[in-house]
Ligand binder design. Structure first.
Ligand code: CDP
Length: 218
């Protein structure tokens, strides 16, 4: 049986940074489910679908083939065969992903793929509905959060480092809006699973969070 670690939480809580480090230390595979929703969002944007157009989201998402590959331990998201890793980390794509991920057809497709990945290998999977929906039987479940101000600052630093110009207040606003959408949507809303351990990383370093989660697995 494979060992599965589920990490859920709001935008900018540090899930991907933490999950990557845990995967490296434990020699597990890191599955970034947000990247899959982002790839789908990119496909929708490219096809001229707007956030308001729910029906079109359903139609167009059928034409997207999303898959995952690992090269040198790094997750590569393939959108109809194209490596889109370099194109999905923008605010535009993130905001679209937050809207299109509320769509049942979009989720059905991606959750299926995520379940298969976790069956085959020891994984650390992060997202919004991993402990509640994708891997309800996960061996370790964590709900990772931090204050919206701290999360906005982290996202700001990440984008600035990549040379993307951005505004801290606007980012915090986006984060609050996105959390609200993720937490109140009808299908698989973001919430702490009953058996998940709550970790608030506002005043913790990355390594402290990593150590804490690894200790939960033991
Ligand atoms: O990087 P950030 O935490 O902002 O977002 P992400 O993990 O890349 O995910 C982008 C969007 O995809 C989120 O705002 C969610 O709406 C959606 N998502 C989801 O619905 N379910 C997941 N398992 C992962 C992401």
């Amino acid at each position: 049986m494979s060992y599965n670690i589920a990490i859920d939480g709001p935008a900018g809580a540090g899930k991907s940074t933490i999950a990557k480090k845990i995967a490296k230390q434990m020699n597990y595979i890191y599955v970034d489910t947000g990247a899959m929703y982002r790839a789908m969002a990119l496909f929708l944007i490219r096809n001229g679908v707007t956030k308001e157009d729910t029906e079109k989201i359903e139609q167009v998402c059928k034409k997207a083939d999303i898959s995952i590959e690992y090269r040198d331990g790094e997750q590569i998201v393939l959108l109809n065969g194209e490596n889109v890793n370099g194109l999905i980390r923008t605010e535009e794509v993130g905001n679209m992903a937050s809207v299109s991920s509320a769509n049942g057809k979009v989720r059905e497709k991606l959750v299926q793929l995520q379940k298969e990945l976790a069956k085959k290998a020891d994984v650390v999977m992060d997202g919004r509905d991993i402990g509640t929906c994708v891997l309800p039987e996960a061996d370790t479940k964590v709900y990772l959060t931090a204050s919206s101000a701290v999360r906005a600052k982290r996202r700001f630093d990440e984008l600035t480092q990549k040379g993307e110009s951005c505004d801290l207040d606007k980012i915090e606003q986006d984060i609050i809006e996105r959390d609200h959408r993720d937490m109140t949507r009808e299908i698989s809303p973001l919430k702490q699973a009953e058996d998940a351990v709550l970790v608030d990383s506002s005043d913790m370093t990355i390594d402290e969070v990593v150590e804490k989660i690894i200790s939960l697995c033991k």
